[in-house]
Design a protein around this ligand. Sequence first.
Ligand SMILES: [Zn+2]
Length: 279
Amino acid sequence: MDSLPILDDHMHLDRRGRFLNAARDFARNGGTHIILVSKPPWTINININKPDDYRRVFDETVAIAEAVRETGIGVFVLLGVHPAGITQFTNQRTLEDAVGTMKKGLEIAGKYVEEGLAIGLKSGRPHYPVSEEVWVGSNQIMEHAMILAKELDCPLQLHTEETTEKTLQDIKEMIKKTGIPSNRIIKHYAPPMIKEFAEIGIYPSIIASGSNTEEALQISTRFMMETDYIDDPDRPGAVLGPKTVPKRTKKLIKRHGIEPFYKIHKENPEKIYKIEIKL
Ligand SMILES: [Zn+2]
């Protein structure tokens, strides 16, 4: 058991939240690696007036990763623009400007990938109803992220509306159009639709709540596990806590054995992100 890495595939940390204490909770329960995702700028009091302002968000994520590594946890960084940004920004400016700013934000994130400060990108489209024109703009942003990830040869995590067959078909078409290899795309906050994801070649990051992981395991080990822990000081306990992935993994090992979890926490992320997960 001690030799099993345990990876949370999508987590945020915030210095005004539980920060290192949350990371230590994760580690104390057996967690060893984190895919750390940049926070939405407005949740860390950063205003995006121009694309370069995203650097403040990314620098903060990189600094947090460095601090967490000092506790002994392996941290890999994904940087990008939060899909809800389009709604935030269009309150103050035109849609065209908002879309342009977010596309440039992704390009800046790409520079961090080139410099080795991040392993990949994060993008997507809103998970709540929006107008037709905002939807079109959001799809342009997501498509731009796929083009960039293809050029950079890096992975891309997607945040989208609730996963349905239609969502997956849309993603499949965009993958075809942009030419990004589907096995570099990870669907964040995924339900256990393991077969459906396998059919279009992208990887689900299963949200480790309720019976999701158990249901996914009944089908195969072609997935990762995440909490989407947001470490929001104003909403403690709003989502799954940092201990969830290691705790659930250990519980499920009793029934399923340890073998499937080498796949889920080591082999899958190593292949998809092109990283090395070692203890
Ligand atoms: Zn998130």
